[in-house]
Design a protein around this ligand. Sequence first.
Ligand code: A2P
Ligand code: 11C
Length: 347
Amino acid sequence: MAIVGATGAVGTRMIKMVEESKLHVKSVKMLASKRSAGTKVKYNGEELTVEETTPDSFDGIDLALFSVGGSVSKKFAPEAVKRGAVVIDNTSAFRMDPDVPLVVPEVNSEALKEHHGIIANPNCSTIQMVMALEPIREKYGLSRVIVTTLQAVSGAGNRATQELLDESRASLDGKEYKPEVLPVKGDKKHYQQAFNVLPQIDVFEEDGYTHEEWKMIHETKKIMCGGDMNSDDIQVTATCSRVPVPVAHSESVYFDVLDKNATVEGIRDAIRNFDGDILQDDPDNQIYPQPINAEGKKDTFVGRIRPDQENKGSFHLWNVSDNLLKGAAWNSVEIAEYLDEMDLLRV
Ligand code: A2P
Ligand code: 11C
């Protein structure tokens, strides 16, 4: 297999997730850009040399996990498939392609049967939200979702995390610091993230929503409504913000269910029994999900479940998950495990 982007924030976690996985791996090729070719990464205690990604890198590869920028995926993923590899891509490059399944295995593994070589891994903030909502949808039906995210800086890559740390130190020391990455590398302005909240993730669209907000809307529909990114079955709207947390996104989710007899206890039960979810919901003992406790874990943590007191069938929840693991590296490796178990690990 190959890991493309093996030196990045997600790629390094992919290495760890592959080490811990059930996959029968013969060898792993570590690929990145020319910049890091020749550097070493560790895999199962062994030092492997990082190679520059070229089309021929994929000769003899059965499975390629990509976590690079969208343009790099667009260039190399079809080359990998041409050479017989199944690609699991962690960028937004192919997510809205009707021929590419967009998969969170616990929610829609059936969609894997339709793959033609490329499978898309959803955006981190979408994954943890559908993980929290799917058990509720299965039990009570779901008609509307309003989400506000509080996302960790590592979602924007290793340079963004470094910027938060350096900027926090500079701020405490009373020194000047000029941000160059956040909120969005390449956008016109950069703002301080340390001790601050930025209501911008990814670039703005003409309608005033950010690209991240639209990803949450379309991806949620594609995953939960049988592949239809424009489905009316579930209404979704989002506000995405970045908080000065290194790892693990938090989300405040307001939702309407179809069954107006739904109860908080019933929702708690559904979440408790759903693979990959952990219920942390005990207000009397101040138990609720927190990013600091979710870092390094593969699960989605759900709590603060409570009814809207004025609207029957409407509820709030709070969910937290490691954006680099279930939000990215673990979900990708889990897709590979499902493909293997379903005998679909071939083009
Ligand atoms: P490199 O370390 O050589 O720049 P992050 O999300 O943390 O920013 O990481 C991005 C990952 O994508 C890194 O592993 C980076 O490698 C890799 N990458 C960036 N550009 C390319 C490219 N043109 N070809 C292959 N890998 C790339
Ligand atoms: C962030 N959610 O936190 C983004 C990163 O489409 O896979 C993931 C971007 C993507 O900045």
